[in-house]
Design a protein around this ligand. Sequence first.
Ligand code: WQD
Length: 334
Amino acid sequence: MSILLTGGAGYIGSHTAVELLNKGKDLVIIDDFSNSNEKALDAIKKITGKDFKFYKMDYKDREKLEKVFEENQIDAVINFAGFKAVGESVSKPIEYYTNNVSGALVLLDTMRKYNCKKFIFSSSATVYGEPERIPLTEECRVGGTTNPYGNTKLFIEQILKDIYNSDNTWDICILRYFNPVGSHESGLIGEEPQGIPNNLMPYIVRVASGKLEQLSVFGNDYETHDGTGVRDYIHVVDLAKGHVKALEKIDKEGQGIYIYNLGTGTGYSVLDMVNAFEKSTGKKVNYRITDRRPGDIAVCYADPKKAKEELGWIAEKKLEDMCKDSWNYIIKNS
Ligand code: WQD
């Protein structure tokens, strides 16, 4: 029995592959390298000393996907093949809806055909829109997403709920990620955004390394302790371990649809992040305060209690690890 990882060479997929292989799971990975690099596959093997089956393909290619299910006994699927750049999604909505929503439908339809009904979905805290309250619990209102990327996450969550309502022999776990940062301690896998990064941590490391000149801090007039935006940054290795726990949950309990926040429960501001990065790496981060970024919210962090109680999962890594490991990856790969 194998676990299928779509987009398994990407940032979160590759870290999850490592944790699953370390737990002795058999993996099949598919990826078309549209937002990832082939070298991640060798890195996964190097870190774990284990092998896996790989198909270079687009997960929307139904014929090829069926071949994967024909050739392997797939027990569960974790879908990491979504596009994830918020800004890009605004200029390319058709591409985002096609890849994320149509792609998920092709995948789910193929799973149904082969009677594989265990599915873990990478959702996002973005589905909460403007938070109803802080910290965010899984019961908080969803909706009010402000870009196509966020809409795709929201729509797929709804599709999954409808699928479960129509056939409750599915086992579905929706994981709402907060702000993933960091990389594996080996420095062999990590995040490689194409072009100029949108997210804070990739931007900070590129300013520290001299690749980018200055960080723009988007607004210092929010109602937060220092006026800058507050988020729940979570180490990607902790996040990856959350998927292992989610898989154990749907394997053990069976037949249900579950939703979990994967966050630390602690919010840090943009300036907290800059200071923590400087302190843990000894590198200076040149920044200036600019206008707010349209669509940004002031504060967003998780209540991670449900994941702790039901999955036995908590984020263990500290802010210092997040900064050091993000930096380590850049040093080793530039
Ligand atoms: C964090 C904070 C910015 C860059 C987005 C998506 C979400 C997601 C994670 C997808 C905010 C500030 C940022 C910069 C800054 N998932 N900032 N200067 O906005 O919480 O969430 O990424 O993959 O769906 O919406 O993350 O890293 O962009 O921003 O001041 O150059 O840093 O204003 O307060 P965000 P982020």
